[in-house]
Ligand binder design. Structure first.
Ligand code: ADP
Ligand code: MG
Length: 234
């Protein structure tokens, strides 16, 4: 049985047909990326999978049930939804709080991941005082700490500089390889998609459909090390 099935999803806004019969089958534990030009409907597709937007036709099933009704999904939207009245740390630990984790434990877990991202000095800062790249990492960490079986990431690292991005990529792959989470990432950056994922679904301009599926076969740690050494030679 396929884990996640995107089965003929179409979507029109007004007279504007955005998605046309999108199909993809994702296996449990896979890291897949959807790539396509700006405006082709990547966010719309991810919103439909997350259950925030409704498809006009077709459906998305997770373990044979509609994805929209499931509690198995964590979602990082393209626009971050950090709570402005909470500090970076308080934002990150929100999912742990909702799970009922005791305060001491969640604060310690939150500080720990902030430290891994080099953001420990910003724990008590409010989102309005953080740069776009910092907010993006905070938003990613909050999504990550939901610890759901399926993680949906919409352009998660687009605001990070090349070096920070390399660190975060490595961290994400390490954590993904240790667990059995399924990840679906949307990006306009084909290099990033190939670097991180097992399979890349390439979307066309609107009305968008999957025009190509790339299988990525290189072993992952070696790939990242290659990249790092190429980067350092420059
Ligand atoms: P991408 O994420 O690939 O850049 P989007 O999914 O954000 O693309 O948008 C695809 C198209 O759908 C764009 O033309 C956008 O203007 C349109 N669109 C997205 N959301 C809405 C909406 N809620 N109402 C009307 N049009 C929308
Ligand atoms: Mg988008």
């Amino acid at each position: 049985m396929m884990y996640l099935q995107i089965d003929g999803v179409s979507k029109t806004f007004g007279g504007n047909k955005v998605l046309s019969d999108i199909r993809a089958d994702i296996r449990e534990g896979e890291f897949c990326a959807f790539v396509g030009p700006s405006g082709c409907g990547k966010s719309t597709l991810l919103n439909i999978i997350a259950g925030i937007e409704k498809a006009d036709s077709g459906e998305v099933r997770l373990c044979s049930r509609p994805s929209a009704v499931q509690d198995a999904i964590s979602f990082m939207p393209q626009q971050d939804l950090l709570l402005p009245w909470r500090t970076a740390l308080q934002n990150i630990v929100l999912p742990l709080e909702m799970k009922g984790m005791p305060k001491r434990d969640r604060i310690s877990r939150g500080r720990d991941v902030l430290r891994q991202f080099g953001l420990e000095d910003y724990a008590d800062h409010y989102p309005s005082s953080l740069s776009g790249g910092m907010r993006q990492r905070i938003s990613f960490l909050r999504t990550y700490l939901c610890e759901k079986p399926l993680m949906l990431l919409d352009e998660p690292f687009g605001k990070l500089d090349a070096f920070t991005k390399m660190d975060v990529h490595r961290w994400l792959l390490d954590s993904w390889e240790k667990g059995n989470q399924t990840i679906l990432m949307v990006t306009h950056d084909l290099d990033e998609a190939i670097l991180l994922s097992d399979r890349v679904f390439v979307m066309s301009q609107q009305p968008s459909s999957i025009i190509h599926e790339l299988k990525v076969n290189l072993p992952r740690p070696r790939k990242l090390d290659m990249l790092a050494s190429e980067e350092l030679k420059k």
